[in-house]
Design a protein around this ligand. Structure first.
Ligand code: G6P
Length: 536
């Protein structure tokens, strides 16, 4: 363990009893000092126990771990994903004017050409220049899972005020319930199906794609003509029968969970239009430029990562909650669960050794104010501490409902304040006295109304959720994951942990069908197979 980890732990131990509120009392400028901004986006991490010394140590740790060097290696197209032998260049997708060399070749002409093709196809679908066999496309179904679903599905909700194209639907689960219910409401003659899969082998996606094709074939003479594909495998998309003119490729240096900036965003492009999609890319590129240029101590992704390191690795809080006070970001927690947990949920470092500290935390969340009426009880009064990452826009999209938005913001700020301040036993007693309690009963009732407070939170505030702002937010979190990964010494860009379950699942099919026996299975699995066979 490097000297900075030791120093951070020692500093935490020495300052544990200092309440965050006391840090504000001691330093009237605290909010400004422990905040950073990019244009009109403000990141305030002052409601955490990080003080000047902790921040200096965290920055020193980031420097010691080579964050700046790794960052440049990533942008330069070096093969930093070295367990898969790949570069990591999703940033190139949102910066089409850049020049990036991989294996001696400038990859950008291809990136630009694909973006142009995607945008052109999206506009053809929107304008009716491309038609279904029963007329203009009214509905688009994106079939994909994980990184081939969560990004565009999340963004389609986030950017609904910009949706002026065909309706978008997303099918990911192999559970037939989802595709059955989605297709039930649609007309095959005016539906476009986009099969999105980096590998084009994912069992869920391929099963759903075949089902959609059969559904289409019931009413349409040439079902494949109403399919498009997004994949790195031109061979497999051709084998599925999709014409190359509607196949949009990307390179293996775009990780699945980092892929919404390229052709995986095709459904979104159709929904909101090429121009607004480009604004989303622009927002991502702005965050990239900031990430590369801003000093570490003013660098939003670096600061967000260091707050994460402080809370999980130094303070030992096991999870973090993402709490967007923005109903349109309702799928952001799910998106971030893949981004963060698939990237940094590792038990091995780049060099093959075990990490010296815990790695990625559990990430969870729900939009506010809904969460307040559900799990905030635990956040306020539970025995464990959950650092909360709030986010909120100053302005909504419903001017006639500005009073709703005021309430939304009020709740968001009040929750962060309540977490910070808490309520002492003394105040709880005063409340109970007013309510007419006395003696032992007053004490008992008051104890239930105590809030420990001193619970950390951060706030990401922005003027309004626009395509550009969403691009900034997503890129901010991507780079946060990267910085945390570099500090932990792990590869944030592979996902070997998803493979074993897949292998076992493909062997389970024949056993469930009774075509293979389950000999050698553990007792529990054998019992469950028997249950499924007899009740199925
Ligand atoms: O895009 P695909 O190749 O179909 O992959 C879809 C998803 O499945 C895999 O199991 C990975 O865990 C994800 O990172 C990926 O996004």
């Amino acid at each position: 363990m490097s000297e900075y980890w030791q120093k951070l732990k020692a500093h935490r131990a020495a300052t544990m009893d200092t309440r965050i509120k006391a840090l504000f009392d001691a330093d009237p400028g605290r909010a400004g000092t422990f905040s950073a901004s990019l244009g009109e986006m403000l990141f305030d991490y002052s409601k955490t126990s990080i003080d000047a010394e902790a921040m200096a140590l965290l920055i020193a740790l980031a420097q010691d771990r080579g964050v700046a060097e790794r960052r440049e290696a990533m942008f330069a197209g070096e093969k930093i994903n070295d367990t898969e032998g790949r570069a990591v260049l999703h940033t190139a997708l949102r910066n089409p004017d850049a020049s990036v060399i991989v294996d001696g070749e400038d990859v950008m002409p291809e990136v630009r050409a694909t973006l142009e093709r995607c945008c052109a196809f999206a506009e053809q679908v929107r304008s009716g220049a491309y038609q279904g066999q029963g007329g203009a496309i009214t509905d688009v179904v994106n079939i994909g899972i994980g990184g081939s679903d969560l990004g565009p599905a999340m963004a389609a909700i986030a950017l609904s005020p910009w949706a002026d194209g065909p309706r978008l639907h997303f099918v990911s689960n192999v559970d037939g319930a989802q595709i059955a219910e989605t297709l039930a409401g649609l007309d095959p003659e005016t539906t476009l199906v986009i099969v999105s899969s980096k590998t084009f082998t994912t069992i869920e996606t391929m099963t759903n794609a075949e089902t959609a094709k059969a559904w289409m074939a019931q009413k349409v003479a040439d079902p494949a003509a109403q399919f498009a594909a997004v994949s790195t495998s031109a061979e497999r998309t051709a084998a599925f029968g999709i014409d190359a003119s509607r196949v949009f490729g990307f390179a293996d240096w775009v990780g699945g969970r980092y892929s919404m900036w390229g052709p995986i965003g095709l459904s979104l492009m159709i929904g909101i239009g090429a121009e607004d999609f480009r604004a989303f890319l622009k927002g991502g590129a702005e965050m990239d430029a900031h990430f590369r240029a801003a000093p570490l101590a003013e660098n939003l992704p670096v600061l967000l990562a260091l707050v994460g390191i402080w809370h999980h690795q130094v303070c030992g809080y096991p999870s973090r909650a993402v709490l967007p006070y923005d109903q349109r970001l309702s799928r952001l927690p799910a998106y971030l669960q893949q981004l963060e947990m698939e990237s940094n949920g590792k038990s091995v470092r780049m060099d093959g050794t075990a990490p010296a500290t815990v790695t990625g935390p559990i990430v969870w969340g729900e939009p506010g104010t809904n969460g307040q009426h559900a799990f905030y009880q635990l956040i306020h009064q539970g025995t464990g501490v959950v650092p909360c990452e709030f986010m909120v826009a100053a302005k909504g999209h419903e001017p006639e409902l500005a009073h709703h938005h005021r309430l939304l913001i009020g709740n968001c700020l009040a929750q962060a304040e309540a977490l910070l301040l808490g309520r002492s036993m003394e105040s709880a007693r005063a409340l109970m006295e007013k309510a007419g309690f006395e003696g032992a009963e007053l004490e008992r009732q008051a104890a239930h109304r105590v809030f420990p407070g001193n619970r950390p939170s951060t706030m990401l505030a922005y003027p309004q959720l626009t395509p550009e702002m969403l691009g900034r937010i997503i890129a901010l979190y991507e780079h946060r994951v990267f910085v945390e990964g570099v500090i932990l010494g792990i590869n944030s860009f592979d996902q070997w942990g998803v493979e074993l379950g897949k292998e076992l699942a493909s062997a389970m099919g024949p056993i469930l069908e009774g075509k293979a026996d389950g000999a050698g299975k553990d007792g529990s699995t054998a019992q469950l197979v028997a249950f499924m066979r007899s009740h199925g």
